[in-house]
Design a protein around this ligand. Structure first.
Ligand SMILES: CC(C)(COP(=O)(O)OP(=O)(O)OC[C@H]1O[C@@H](n2cnc3c(N)ncnc32)[C@H](O)[C@@H]1OP(=O)(O)O)[C@@H](O)C(=O)NCCC(=O)NCCS
Length: 161
């Protein structure tokens, strides 16, 4: 298994993995674009040439010390072994400017909430949780509310001990 930066050629496998794993499915174009323009802030886990996990993110324009994690996905058979946590650690470890991490999580997604709390605790960093987007913002009540996790500050570019 290896962790590497995303690139444009990953678009179609990331889209497929997103569909299999149950994260919000964006267009294939969105994943191609992510590999092209947001490669520095995204990471792919692959085994035998197959993507088995990914994190897509971007540097927050209004808060340049912050990485916003847009989506995290791990193939079902690979879950519960620390892969998502390792991808976050590796990605943040590559970004010397990154001293804070933000993400939004639906209240029913316990695995995702645990992932971000555990990331904060590995770094001894505070973790704040607050309502970010109420469900009324989404069309036809089709989407749960999203809770924002704000983690940091922590040492930029550092991997946990
Ligand atoms: C969320 C997800 C990425 C986690 O991937 P993973 O590789 O299994 O996560 P890890 O093994 O690194 O575990 C991270 C933490 O979550 C906990 N966890 C994992 N699965 C869990 C579950 N089903 N319920 C509760 N906690 C869980 C782990 O115990 C760990 O916490 P700890 O370090 O305190 O023990 C994966 O479950 C997934 O792809 N889910 C579907 C897509 C999704 O919901 N993505 C997030 C929203 S964009």
């Amino acid at each position: 298994m290896r962790l590497r930066a995303a690139d444009r050629a990953d678009g179609s496998s990331l889209w497929n993995l997103a569909r299999r794993s149950g994260v919000d499915e964006n267009s294939p174009y969105a994943y191609v674009m992510w590999g092209e323009y947001f490669a520095e802030t995204s990471i792919v886990a692959e085994r035998d040439g197959e993507a088995i996990g990914f994190v897509t993110g971007f540097r927050v324009p209004q808060a340049p010390e912050s990485l916003f994690v847009w989506q995290v996905a791990v193939d079902e058979g690979e879950r519960g072994r620390g892969l998502a946590g390792s991808m976050l650690d590796e990605l943040v470890g590559r970004l010397p400017w990154c001293r804070r991490l933000e993400a939004t999580v639906t209240p029913s997604n316990e695995a995702s909430a645990s992932l971000f709390r555990a990331f904060g605790s590995r770094r001894g960093a505070p973790v704040e949780e607050e309502l970010a987007f109420g469900s009324e913002l989404f069309p036809g009540g089709s989407h749960e509310a999203e809770v924002r996790f704000r983690i940091g500050p922590f040492e930029g570019g550092a991997r946990p001990a």
